[in-house]
Design a protein around this ligand. Sequence first.
Ligand SMILES: Nc1ncnc2c1ncn2[C@@H]1O[C@H](COP(=O)(O)OP(=O)(O)OP(=O)(O)O)[C@@H](O)[C@H]1O
Ligand SMILES: [Mg+2]
Length: 250
Amino acid sequence: MSTPVVELEGIVVTYRTGLLGGEGFDAVRDVSLSIGEGETVGLVGESGSGKTTLGRVCLGLQRPTKGTMRFGGDPFGGLRQRRGQLSIVLQHPEWALNPRLRCGASVEEPLLVLGVGSGERKQRVAAMLDNVGLDAGFVSRYPGQLSGGQRQRVAIARALVTQPRFIVFDEAVSALDVSVQAQVLNLIADLQKEHGFGALFISHDLAATRYLSHRIAVMYKGEIVEDAPSETFYGTPDHPYSRALMSAIA
Ligand SMILES: Nc1ncnc2c1ncn2[C@@H]1O[C@H](COP(=O)(O)OP(=O)(O)OP(=O)(O)O)[C@@H](O)[C@H]1O
Ligand SMILES: [Mg+2]
């Protein structure tokens, strides 16, 4: 097997609660997970089970209390060193897009941070917008002038423009209506085939997760209680909590 892009081993995240910080709450408990190049792992589980926390750990946005992380086979290192290699797409594109910035500038910004020259920037922004199915006219539009689905496409273009090796989608399609959801899921699948990034697809929605994911990891109270190929999981889920989740959508 090729080297996984992200490897987590024995990850624990303890949040300090209580006024004096004496009390601790383990939001993530001893999680090990690896995600390959071009692979999507669907992360499902009830609200508060630790999915977002784990996603943030994968991106280096949150330091684990315990455990080790590797990226592309090397120690994770600092965020600076990983600039442009990691991205996130959130539920509300409003959070990723500056309302006062035209869409073209929003997509261009990560390239600017990487120091890409202006000619190449313009060309990559145009190619990326085309890639997410938006015509050149969108470059000069503001996020407020777009539909929710179009805004999410711009957010995806921004997340992908640096050609990251790994992306976390945290409830990325949950706020969209069902037909737009299907379009965006298709788009993500196509982009992954083309760009080959590894992905963690966090969702409450088992049907959406099934569509995209090669593997499913089920989180329950901070632990991964099942990690199985999609076909196995959707055929015969193993853990009682997975079966309960499945019966909820049957
Ligand atoms: N900064 C924080 N400080 C203290 N506790 C936190 C913090 N962030 C999250 N938590 C707690 O950690 C647990 C896991 O939260 P997390 O956001 O990872 O869950 P989730 O699975 O993403 O939930 P949801 O499906 O609702 O988004 C929750 O009990 C939450 O209240
Ligand atoms: Mg969450």
